[in-house]
Design a protein around this ligand. Structure first.
Ligand code: HGY
Ligand code: MN
Ligand code: MN
Length: 404
């Protein structure tokens, strides 16, 4: 570990400790978009941006963007929002590391031959409102403005925050003037830690699809209703949950999760009459994921028919996989090797703002090892040494980029 990396890592850690205190309380960090915590975090980040020589501005999607230089632009950043009771690194570490990388280059007197913009995106998680990636989609020009129509709760929250969603379509950047986007993010998984690597180069960001399922049977008295002929909605749901797990376990590159399940009447002595559940599928391979979604839909239909249950099943969310740019991956791997890393490559099972920025320009992601691969929980952590290696690698990456 170089002394430079250690010093910048300790600075990054100090900023992340201070930002972690900007939270709505309770265990871990709760910093949801368009809240007092969001505003306080932007005040802190604006100060950091100014110290790094970036000029901070808040855009109509409530993304704080620090700009420096003229001409075509290279974008950096990540999201400022957290999940409820989340960790101190998911998202916000990518913003802090990007600002410090720009500051490091300034201290070394390096003038980049292109402009940089560091983005603190407002709402990547989509936990407060159903829509995710709002800020990054604004730069890529891919927002579904229906989700921001008058009367929509997210619109009211943005207006109360002091931004005007009507201005979002005008935020779309000209692809001809966008060189690329680099996002640093904790891995949120155990791969780098198991490999003993501090940093990794992301190959692709997985695609996602989510299905809402409702199974309807007949409730009844648990003691008097004979087992023969029961229409128990939970038995049907259990078969579907088991099939999601079986299919995902037996299909490389596929992850399948039933993350939410509710049953009614949910009483110890009543046969479940109705079950609602969600199915989420993720893969770097879109065709494979689509086939899995279709297979599970057929399985649900056959199971409902066999058990005489009603079935409603609809795909409620979908996001294609986003491959990372081969040229940027090469530059990033080279930059990592200057910090003693191997430039190890791995896919991202989580989605990120880079998924949306891929509609604007070539993308790259730098993964940072995190303890036990834990994330979306208070125990999430990364070391100052790894944070510092990321700052040095990002600065080396920017220096190695060909002139725009
Ligand atoms: O869901 C995700 O993958 C991300 O953490 N928002
Ligand atoms: Mn997250
Ligand atoms: Mn994240």
């Amino acid at each position: 570990m170089s002394a430079v990396a250690q010093r910048w890592g300790e600075r990054a850690e100090a900023h992340l400790r201070a930002l972690a205190k900007i939270s709505a309380g309770g265990p871990g960090v709760t910093r949801l978009p368009y809240t007092a915590e969001h505003r306080a975090a932007l005040v802190y980040l604006a100060r950091m941006m100014t110290a790094a020589g970036l000029v901070p501005q808040l855009d109509a999607a409530a993304t704080l963007i620090g700009r420096k230089g003229e001409g075509r632009t290279f974008y950096l950043g990540s999201h400022q929002d957290s999940v409820p009771n989340g960790g101190a690194y998911d998202g916000i570490a990518g913003v802090v590391l990007a600002i410090l990388a720009v500051e490091l280059l300034a201290q070394e007197g390096v003038e980049l031959p292109f402009a940089v913009e560091v983005c603190a995106f407002a709402d990547e998680e989509g936990v407060r409102f159903p829509t995710a990636l709002v800020g990054s989609r604004a730069l890529a020009g891919s927002n579904d403005m229906a989700t921001l129509a008058p009367g929509e709760p997210m619109r009211a929250a943005m207006e109360a925050f002091g931004v005007n969603p009507e201005g979002i379509p005008a935020l779309a950047r000209d692809p001809a003037k966008a060189i690329g986007y680099l996002e640093a993010h904790i891995e949120q998984g155990p791969v780098l830690e198991r490999a003993g690597e501090a940093l990794g180069v992301v190959t692709a960001i997985c695609g996602i699809e989510r299905h809402q399922v409702r199974l309807r049977g007949e409730t009844g008295h648990a003691g008097t209703l004979p087992m023969e002929g029961r229409q128990d909605a939970l038995v049907g749901a259990a078969a579907l949950v088991t099939e999601v797990n079986r299919l995902a376990r037996s299909t490389p590159q596929l992850r399948g999760t039933v993350g939410a399940l509710e049953l009614a009447p949910n009483a110890v002595n009543a046969v479940p009459g109705e079950v609602r559940l969600t199915i989420e599928l993720r893969s770097e391979d879109d065709a494979l994921r689509e086939q899995a979604g279709a297979a599970l839909t057929r399985f649900a239909q056959a199971t409902a028919k066999e058990m005489r249950l009603g079935l409603e099943m609809r795909r409620s969310y979908h996001q294609p996989a986003a491959p990372c740019d081969a040229k940027l991956r090469k530059v990033l791997a080279g930059a990592m090797r200057t910090t003693g890393g191997k430039g190890m490559e791995l896919p991202s099972g989580a989605t990120h703002d880079a998924s949306a920025m891929a509609d604007l320009c070539p993308i790259a992601m730098l993964f940072l090892r995190c303890k036990g691969g834990l994330s979306h929980r208070p125990e999430e952590s990364a070391t100052p040494g790894d944070l510092g290696q990321a700052v040095v690698a990002m600065a080396a990456f920017l220096r190695a980029l060909p002139a725009a």
